[in-house]
Design a protein around this ligand. Structure first.
Ligand code: PGA
Length: 253
């Protein structure tokens, strides 16, 4: 199974020229990767002009998608529509979207999005993560709940199109990632939940870590094979640093 490095550009960059340059440079720098898939997720307005850059090692993803294929949903873009633009991956339930509240990001809506995307044969990147950690371990039950509700009624046939991105909310957008040991422990916990629900077939689900990953923290986090990739936010806007992360992931056994 290939490892996965996803760049979440969030609401950046400011212009299409910059977006094209960023995507072009990342594509060039990752073309020799053999064991690692590289995905960039630009704001939806750049998906159409960047569609032609997608290849079999460099993929274009969306940061959200609506579960209904078409209809009276002002302001939404459906996954069916994204398919037309070579979008092969979709981030779903990112904490920055969940925190907006509203009906579009409830656990139920997130589950529908995961099913819609994976059902079309694209990769659904389901984001989970606790806001705080408590000593009694309540956050573990919270994570279990997010996994269970996000993957409710998922067909076993589509499991290979599911990715779980574990992003502790408190570690996002800072200077330091969560320490590697805690990432590994949490990834094992998530892996066990997946095994409990789906059995051995769930081994095709990749687990990523996200939250202030940089080229300094990436090697320890990816070591040992506990996580099968990384979801990178602000560092994915810096070509050199992002490519270093990709190379670290590629170099890990
Ligand atoms: P960050 O963002 O790397 O800037 O912390 C990660 C994410 O929110 O996906």
């Amino acid at each position: 199974m290939k490892k996965l490095v996803v760049g979440n550009w969030k609401m950046n960059p400011l212009t299409l020229i910059e977006a094209k340059k960023l995507a072009g440079d990342i594509k060039k720098g990752s073309k020799l990767m053999k064991k690692t898939e590289v995905v960039v997720c630009p704001p939806s307005i750049y998906l159409s002009p960047l569609a032609s850059t997608a290849s079999n090692v460099f993929f274009i993803g969306a940061q959200n998608a609506y579960y209904e294929p078409f209809g009276a949903y002002t302001g939404e873009v459906s996954f069916k529509q994204l398919l037309d633009f070579n979008v092969s991956h979709v981030i779903i339930g990112h904490s920055e979207r969940r925190s907006l509240g509203g009906k579009a990001e409830t656990d139920e809506a997130i589950n529908k999005k995961v099913r819609a995307v994976a059902g079309e044969g694209a990769t659904a990147i389901l984001c989970i993560g606790e806001s705080t950690r408590d000593r009694d371990g309540h956050y573990l039950e919270f994570l279990r709940g997010q996994v269970m509700s996000g993957l409710r009624d998922i067909s076993k046939k589509t499991l290979s199109h599911i990715v779980i991105a574990y992003e502790p909310v408190w570690a996002i957008g800072g200077n330091t990632a969560m320490n590697a040991r805690d990432v590994h422990e949490t990834a094992l916990f998530i892996r066990k939940i997946l095994r409990d629900i789906f059995g051995p077939l769930s081994d095709s689900i990749r687990i990523l870590y996200g939250g202030s990953v940089d080229d300094f923290s990436a090697p320890d986090i990816i070591a040992g094979g506990f996580v099968q990739g990384l979801l990178v936010g602000h560092e994915s806007l810096k070509v050199k640093d992002f490519l270093k992360i990709v190379e670290e992931v590629e170099a890990t056994k």
